[in-house]
Design a protein around this ligand. Sequence first.
Ligand code: FES
Length: 65
Amino acid sequence: MYVCLCKNVKCHEIRQCVHDGADNLREVSRCLGVATQCGKCAKDAKQIVKEAKQERQQLLEYLPA
Ligand code: FES
């Protein structure tokens, strides 16, 4: 599903960016360009980043030390 129509960024791309190490919307924006034009997607993108960070944290907890 598209989150950012201006930059053609999909939800899974934002999640992947976070799983690859981005920690906030600014870093995701630098990587994908999301929320850098009209800004209407910023709220949704921020929520996706938040959820993806939680998923990333849960995955890390399952990995052996
Ligand atoms: S919809 Fe993302 S910047 Fe316009």
